[in-house]
Design a binder for this molecule. Structure first.
Ligand code: PAF
Length: 291
């Protein structure tokens, strides 16, 4: 595995791979790699000739009061994990390398962002699509892998790729979970012991929602109320930020459960805000291949 810090070097290598007819699989990350990331890397390894992973904590996608400075970082461990999972090129640019000047052009996401995390994180997805536009170009990605834990990000990246005709395919990979159902996340390390015990109830509440839909409950408000109540009854160390039920991938409100919907939750604990979701059809089944 080669660690690359310079944009020009990464782009030169990727262009050469592409010219040689190699399929480039790209996994963008902000580091502090866990099984959620390595699952994406493993999938890329199976499907692509060349695997590029980036580690870049992108300041543009953090609000002024968010955890950019505190975002967990462990470069040595990340490099070790990337190597173990047979990444070919680990791209780790600095902020100055990625953003050498003030921007001349900014990207703004028009749709799919006024719900879920987009609502409480204004500008977040503008920062995400900006950095991904650069990264897709730099790495010449043929296919890129994203975890469905952040299903809104998947929906937004899909729109980016479609609207701007990127020659890149997006693969959405199911959320990787701990044994008790908690979605793996870099932020889980910030949960204290009691919060960690309670955090499993987020997924349990989502499973209750699925069961309601299996049992033919069609009323979205009823389902949302149930999920909220379940979480509030079980989780005392955290506050529900939102529970939403929306169409997927459009992320628009629905008046009845028809087609694919997402039920998404965010809970704010003392030092970590956790998100989770399930995407299901009107029968409560997981739809085959979202993208
Ligand atoms: O999901 C993330 O880790 C980030 O939003 C991403 C896609 C690497 C862009 O900075």
């Amino acid at each position: 595995m080669q660690v690359i810090k310079k944009v020009s070097e990464m782009n030169q290598i990727a262009s050469q791979c592409k010219a040689a007819g190699k399929k480039i699989g790209f996994v963008p990350t902000m580091g502090y790699l866990h099984q959620g990331h390595t699952t994406l890397i493993d999938r890329a390894r199976q499907e692509a000739d060349i695997v590029i992973t980036s580690i870049f904590v992108n300041p543009l996608q953090f609000g002024p009061n968010e955890d950019f400075e505190r975002y967990p970082r462990d470069e040595v461990r990340d490099q070790e994990l990337a190597k173990q999972h047979q990444v070919d090129y680990l791209f780790m640019p600095t902020v100055e390398e990625m953003y050498p000047t003030d921007p001349n052009i900014s990207l703004h996401v028009e749709k799919r962002t006024d719900a879920l995390c987009g609502k409480s994180r204004p500008g977040h997805f503008d920062g995400v699509v900006t950095v991904l536009t650069k990264l897709f170009h730099i790495t010449c990605a043929d296919v890129t892998y994203f975890g469905l834990k952040d299903a809104q990000q998947v929906a937004v990246v899909h729109a980016l790729i479609t609207d701007f005709n990127f020659p890149t395919e997006i693969i959405a990979v199911p959320t990787v979970r701990e044994a008790d159902g908690l979605a793996k996340s870099s932020r889980n390390v910030y949960l204290n012991e009691q919060e960690r015990k309670e955090a499993k109830y987020i997924y349990q509440a989502l499973q209750t929602a699925r069961q309601l839909i299996v049992d033919d409950q069609k009323n979205p408000d009823m389902i949302v109320e149930n999920v909220k109540r379940d979480i509030e009854q079980q989780i005392h160390g955290g506050r529900v930020d939102y529970v939403e039920l929306l169409s997927y991938p459009y992320l628009t409100p629905v008046s009845s459960i028809e087609g694919n919907v997402i039920i998404a939750v965010a809970v704010q604990f003392s030092k970590a805000r956790l998100i989770d979701n399930i995407i299901i059809d009107e029968h409560g089944q997981t739809p085959e291949g979202i993208y």
